[in-house]
Design a protein around this ligand. Structure first.
Ligand code: AMP
Ligand code: ZN
Ligand code: ZN
Length: 387
């Protein structure tokens, strides 16, 4: 069906038939803020819209800037989100964020109806960077009653890493929850900057590979059922945009909020914040009094991916909801648009790394190969530095 929305104007295509109530839920629109018009006639929540229906969703709450109120209680709002055509007071910001996480856990795009990211009986570990997203996620899941430990990876990026680890430790101490800490230098003998020099790769490349490996290593060794990261809507939409622009078929086929695990080789990975923007997770932290590290990684300059975020921000500003439409629309169509290149073939290709035993498609995994290069180069680099 074609769904036309107003103020701001947008048209989206949604697969039908569908109940009006479900459509509004799907679009994250609060029912009492709109009228729904099907082929010129007003309809109510139980009405079923046909697959070929032409539907208008018309906002009925007037009053622009200044007149906004919390859509849940009518009090003055602290956060507005044009994408949801809504604003919330401080306590309803918390509810809103929990609701979006709940939806992600129970009904992630691209998963079967009864597949959850994880349940209350599962042992969950969240990778925390000390930034707003991952700490907001940890806080939200703890208050929703899940069993969640944290994992911080020390990357050796000077004071930035020291402050990031401090924020994670303070968070864990205040709540009496367990935080695993893996320091790259202590455990693997290099830092992100020295590893980049040794391999001639970008710092972001070394950092990404090292983090993914350390996450998986801990999740597998410590027997966690699922590993979570704080990737949000902005991250995921920008990654998708980058993969589309370059037509990275492989990445397109594998991008998603739920990535299945493989026995003792690879942990199940999920992204429960993929429905929330960074503005929403930041607001959540402020409202909940979470002391996160506001500064950015000093090595991020020139990081590819930034331009995709900036481009999508521009589009979102003129067309609220565009990021969510891009990402969710893709995930709904993923199996058609980017078919998994024989998921069984890939599974058959995956084996245990000859060095470390974790997942790889070649004989030695990318991390162990990086390790070898770093080990070979680091003594030489040390020797070049005058004593
Ligand atoms: P980034 O790749 O920096 O955008 O971070 C994406 C996600 O990876 C974060 O939300 C965290 O869940 C996780 N993460 C990033 N850096 C670290 C770190 N140093 N230690 C643990 N988790 C991290
Ligand atoms: Zn409220
Ligand atoms: Zn390996």
């Amino acid at each position: 069906m074609i769904v036309r929305m107003r103020n701001p104007d947008a048209t989206v295509e949604v697969a039908g038939p569908m109940r009006v109530g479900d459509l509004l839920d799907h679009l994250d629109i609060a029912p009492h803020t709109v009228l729904v018009i099907d082929g010129g006639a007003l309809v109510v929540a139980d009405h079923v819209l046909a697959a070929d229906a032409e539907v208008e969703i018309r906002p009925v709450i007037s009053g622009g800037a200044g007149g906004l109120t919390c859509i849940a209680c009518g009090r003055p709002p602290v956060l507005e989100e044009p994408r949801h055509r809504a604003a919330w007071c401080a306590s309803h910001v918390v509810d809103h964020v929990h609701n979006q996480i709940r939806k992600a856990i129970d009904h992630a795009h691209g998963t079967d109806h009864n597949e959850r990211m994880f349940g209350y009986a599962d042992r969950v570990i969240v990778a925390v960077s000390g930034g707003k997203d991952s700490l907001a996620l940890w806080d939200a899941l703890l208050s929703m009653g899940y069993r969640v430990d944290g994992l911080y990876v020390g990357l050796g990026i000077g004071g930035y890493s020291v402050r990031s680890q401090g924020a994670c430790e303070a968070f864990a101490d205040a709540r009496g929850v367990r935080l695993h800490v893996v320091d790259l230098a202590d455990t693997y003998g290099y830092t992100t900057p020295s590893g980049a020099v040794a391999t001639g790769r970008s710092t972001c490349g070394v950092c990404g590979l090292s983090k993914r490996y350390a996450f998986n290593r801990v999740a597998i060794d410590e027997g966690y059922d699922v590993l979570l990261t704080g990737h949000n809507l902005d991250d995921e939409a920008a990654t998708l945009h980058g993969n589309l622009v370059r037509w990275h078929d492989d990445f397109l086929a594998r991008q998603g909020p739920v990535l299945p695990g493989r026995g003792g080789l690879q942990a199940r990975k999920c992204k429960p914040l993929y429905r929330l923007s960074e503005r929403e997770t930041a607001a959540y932290c402020v409202v909940r009094g979470i002391d996160y590290v506001v500064e950015e990684c000093p090595l991020v300059a020139g990081n590819s991916g930034h331009e995709h975020k900036a481009a999508l921000d521009l589009i979102e500003a003129g067309s609220p909801g565009a990021k969510a439409q891009l990402l969710f629309g893709f995930l709904d169509r993923q199996s058609r648009v980017a078919p998994q290149v024989g998921s069984d073939d890939r599974a058959a290709d995956l084996g245990a790394c000859a060095h470390c035993g974790l997942a790889t498609v070649s004989e030695v995994c990318a991390f162990c190969r990086q390790q070898e290069r770093i080990r070979a180069a680091l003594p030489l680099l040390d020797a070049e530095v005058p004593a």
